[in-house]
Design a protein around this ligand. Structure first.
Ligand SMILES: Cc1cc2nc3c(=O)[nH]c(=O)nc-3n(C[C@H](O)[C@H](O)[C@H](O)COP(=O)(O)OP(=O)(O)OC[C@H]3O[C@@H](n4cnc5c(N)ncnc54)[C@H](O)[C@@H]3O)c2cc1C
Length: 524
């Protein structure tokens, strides 16, 4: 038996990819070396456009536990400098404080609903590729065995075995010298500022919640998450601690050095699981290439960087949303030539940008008077709304524009959040995209364009759905939206003349392959 896609790694990115492939009509198998999903929690939240992307798959509600659509965050930090996002008319920074463990639970639940097989306790140990597929060696609970797959995706984390077995280099830097200690703790209620939720540290002053706070001696974070109150410090040029487990006393001493004051905290209360960890140094690395013939890399297997500002899942989950429909199209036979290679051409620049801004932020939080001077300058620059917007667009990933041709300003950009008034009532675009099918949106109020667009779709109706509705805000007359919710083509003209019709059909061919019924068309 040949599997269509094997995914190595049931971390958030492997699981999300499995969901995306299933929506695209392909049944993947996920291999996970760990027997259960009780590994240490890493991320405390999702930051950026990924929150909208999850909404567009119906996953935001499951993660937030509410029915409300996502709203942008009023404030965030860049390199421990406050970003006043509430000043922006068009704020792209969305956030969702949910632990990574919960993200993985929800994604696993969704993958299983979609029929994905997840094999826990099965470790990929070897691979060999030929023209038709990949033979994968696996160490399972009952011993070693092999599986044959048409494509293999390494979503197996920063130390990716898949990447190493393919001989793909992972150049970058290892930054030594920083030591972070983080723990769930209990802080005395009288130290919590009722107005701001910040922490009044005796002898130091008020520290806002959820913000990196830099002093000349290090970094301090106080984050009262619903799952536990986190206190974290980062210091430079200290002993990394080796394999010695960290202690709360070490954290107390570190707080004293960073703030120059004592924070009287106690051990965490409640059932847990509770965090107590030490991280030394850090890597910033980008895979030389994301693809080696029938093997692709996604998430941390393709890029690692500082966790500052929480960019990891914003990048990784959007990688796999980009990859999923393209790989499904390749397997189902309707992908246009080169579509799968656009995974790397589109996502590498996004990864490079994260590498750049996390390194810039790491520089801005480092100790020393030169850094303090740089921060004064940055603080002045951040009074300008345009700078806030620039940084917010960069951190959230809203400045991404894929090169999809076409001269409309929306081409290659994420589809705008719209609500459509349709024959059956109002519907958010984020609800229409949950099946991950390409959409042709007719946003003109009258029926004539609908007939013309329907005609233009001849040969693609098996792959592309036409939806007619009146948009609740300024929007183009016609939008062609890819399954990853990026705009493949747009037109402001409600009349589909010959030129526009040709341009639309060219965009349909470029994104979704030749029309069925033609010699190169897939026919579904
Ligand atoms: C301390 C810390 C805090 C962070 N905070 C944030 C944050 O707040 N927000 C954010 O967005 N990101 C954060 N990140 C980054 C985020 O945790 C990662 O980007 C994310 O875990 C990457 O997911 P992944 O699926 O690519 O890899 P992983 O989560 O590493 O999952 C890889 C999976 O592959 C499995 N595996 C490995 N090798 C094999 C094999 N040979 N065969 C089978 N299975 C294998 C592993 O067991 C693992 O389950 C943080 C990271 C750290 C370290």
């Amino acid at each position: 038996m040949t599997v269509d896609v094997l995914i190595a790694g049931a971390g958030p990115n492997g699981l999300m990819l499995a969901c995306e492939l299933s929506l695209g009509g392909v049944r993947p198998i996920v291999l996970e070396r760990l027997p259960d999903n009780t590994k240490e929690n890493r991320a405390n939240g999702l930051v950026g456009q990924v929150v909208r992307a999850l909404d567009r798959r119906g996953l935001y509600e499951r993660l937030s536990g509410g029915a409300e659509p996502p709203r942008p965050s009023p404030a965030f930090v860049f390199g421990a400098l406050p970003l006043e996002l509430s000043r922006l008319d068009d704020n792209p920074m969305y956030g969702l404080a949910v632990p990574q463990r919960r993200v993985e639970q929800v994604l696993e639940e969704r993958a299983r609903e979609l029929g994905v097989e997840i094999l826990r306790g099965h470790e990929l140990t070897g691979l060999a590729q030929d023209e038709d597929g990949v033979t994968v060696e696996i160490a399972g609970p009952e011993g070693p065995y092999t599986l044959r797959t048409r494509f293999l995706v390494g979503a197996d984390g920063g130390h990716s075995r898949v990447r190493k077995l393919c001989g793909i280099g992972f150049p970058g830097v290892t930054r030594d010298g920083s030591v972070s200690i983080g723990a769930h703790v209990t802080v005395p209620a009288e130290l919590v500022d009722a107005a701001t939720g910040g922490l009044n540290v005796p002898g130091y002053g008020l520290i806002p919640p959820f913000m990196h706070h830099r002093t000349d001696h290090g970094l301090f974070v106080y984050a009262p998450f619903p799952t536990g109150t986190l206190v974290n410090t980062t210091e430079w040029n200290r002993d990394g601690g080796g394999d010695r487990p960290p202690t709360l006393d070490e954290l107390r001493e570190s707080v004293r050095r960073v703030l120059g004051a004592d924070l009287p905290f106690g051990p965490p209360e409640g059932a847990g699981p509770h965090l107590l960890r030490r991280l030394s140094g850090g890597n910033t690395r980008l895979a030389e290439r994301f693809r080696d013939r029938r093997v692709l890399l996604a998430g941390d297997a393709a890029h690692v960087h500082s966790a500052i500002g929480g960019p990891g899942l914003n990048l990784g989950l959007q990688d796999v949303i980009n990859l999923g429909w393209k790989l499904a199209a390749e397997i189902r036979g309707w992908a246009p030539p080169g579509l799968l290679d656009t995974y790397e051409t589109e996502r590498r620049p996004a990864a490079e940008r994260v590498v750049m801004h996390t390194q810039a932020q790491s520089a801005l939080i480092a100790p020393g008077p030169e850094v303090t001077a740089l921060r004064v300058l940055f603080t002045e620059l951040l009074r300008d709304e345009r700078t806030i917007k620039h940084i917010a667009d960069m951190m959230s990933g809203a400045d991404i524009r894929y090169d999809l041709g076409g001269d409309h300003p929306l081409a290659g950009r994420p589809a705008p959040d719209l609500t459509l008034e349709t024959e059956t009532g109002p519907v958010r675009l984020a609800e229409l995209t949950r099946a991950a099918r390409p959409l042709l949106l007719n946003l003109t109020p009258d029926a004539a364009p609908a007939a013309a667009l329907d005609g233009a779709l001849e040969g693609w109706r098996d792959r592309v759905d036409l939806v007619t509705g009146k948009a609740d805000r300024d929007a183009p007359a016609v939008l062609l939206v890819r399954p990853d919710c990026y705009v493949a083509w747009a037109s402001d003209s409600p009349r589909l003349g010959e030129k526009e019709r040709d341009a639309l059909r060219a965009a349909l061919t470029a994104a979704f392959g030749a029309p069925s019924g033609t010699s190169s068309g897939a026919g579904g």
